[in-house]
Write a protein that binds this ligand. Structure first.
Ligand SMILES: [Zn+2]
Length: 315
């Protein structure tokens, strides 16, 4: 073997090792954050009357829910012989129930908790699982807001940049960071065997995006919905309400593009907020979405803020 060829093979090995390591994420030294200041946990008070559930989607894939009516919060759960993977526990007071329910029904521990993004309403309760030995996984960009906002939940044990694969009980779970869209730490979680996707808060389920689009980035939101459209999935959990489809995300994309264009045109025509918000039109389909009456003006407000922060006229 020539020296050149030996070097090339060595280099190739190093590259594939590096790629493999990157795919597993990297450990985060949590001791740096020991004793960090925490805000009060608004989900910790006992909530025996708060509805909760763990329902099968398909095979080993389940969905946990918490909250009345259409689920207030939800996340996918994978149950394998080696343990469970839980996405976004959502509340401390229901996380203890979920832990006990998984143990009672399936006799396995929770091995992984995955954060979709660093918003307290989705990631509260993870400390319950981390205390029992679960590995908490998030995008590396989630660490700063969790610590900086003093969120009373688990600091992740493992973080990753663009992609991470978790193999558990012979099943693969693919984590992928998408563009800044809804927060800049947004992770999509794919379950290829079940053609299922966790797309929390960026995706909707015949429902209006929340309020004035908290922590949002318009172009990355559209880019992320395009990424979702390219995935081979049938069922999408949006972190709320009921499971959705790719068609629902196509409708959401149309709504956002239309709202952005209307607000941009009205701002460019010189309309003040007080004029503008009365002149935005919604389609009949959007008028039927969950939360339309309460969210429509707030959605315009969020888009107005984005548009006015991202344009410049002749001055
Ligand atoms: Zn969120």
């Amino acid at each position: 073997m020539s020296i050149l060829r030996a070097w090339f093979l060595l280099a190739l090995g190093a590259v594939s090792l590096a790629a493999h390591a990157a795919d597993d994420g990297v450990p985060l030294d949590r001791s740096k954050f020991a004793g960090r200041p925490l805000l009060a946990d608004f989900t910790a008070a006992d909530c025996p009357d708060n509805p909760r559930g763990l329902d099968r989607i398909d095979g080993n894939l389940y969905r946990h829910t918490t909250g009345a009516g259409l689920a207030v919060h939800s996340g996918l759960v994978l149950i394998t012989r080696e343990g469970a993977l839980v996405i976004d526990p959502a509340m401390t007071c229901t996380a203890t129930w979920l832990r006990d329910e998984i143990r009672k029904r399936f006799d396995v521990p929770v091995k992984y908790v995955v954060y979709t993004h660093a918003h307290a309403d989705h990631i509260s309760g993870a400390q319950v699982f981390q205390r029992d030995g679960a590995i908490v996984v998030a995008n590396q960009r989630a660490v700063e807001p969790i610590v900086g906002e003093k969120l009373p939940t688990a600091v992740p044990d493992r973080v990753f940049d663009t992609d991470m694969t978790i193999t558990l009980g012979g099943e693969k779970v693919l984590l992928h960071r998408v563009a800044p869209s809804h927060s800049d730490s947004m992770v999509m979680v794919l379950f290829p065997k079940y053609r299922a996707l966790q797309c929390t808060d960026v995706c909707e389920s015949k429902s209006m995006p929340y309020n004035d689009f908290l922590d949002f980035y318009y172009p990355g939101w559209i880019e992320t919905l395009d990424w979702v459209a390219a995935q081979d999935v049938d069922v999408i959990d949006v972190g709320h309400y009921s499971p959705a489809t790719k068609a629902d995300q196509a409708a959401l994309r149309s709504y956002l593009v239309d709202l952005h264009q209307q607000v941009l045109d009205l701002v460019r025509s010189g309309q003040s907020w007080d004029q503008l918000y009365r002149n935005v039109k919604f389609s009949d389909e959007v008028k039927r979405w969950i939360g339309f009456d309460g969210m429509k003006t707030l959605n315009i407000l969020g888009m107005h803020r984005w548009v006015t922060n991202h344009r410049r006229g002749t001055w």
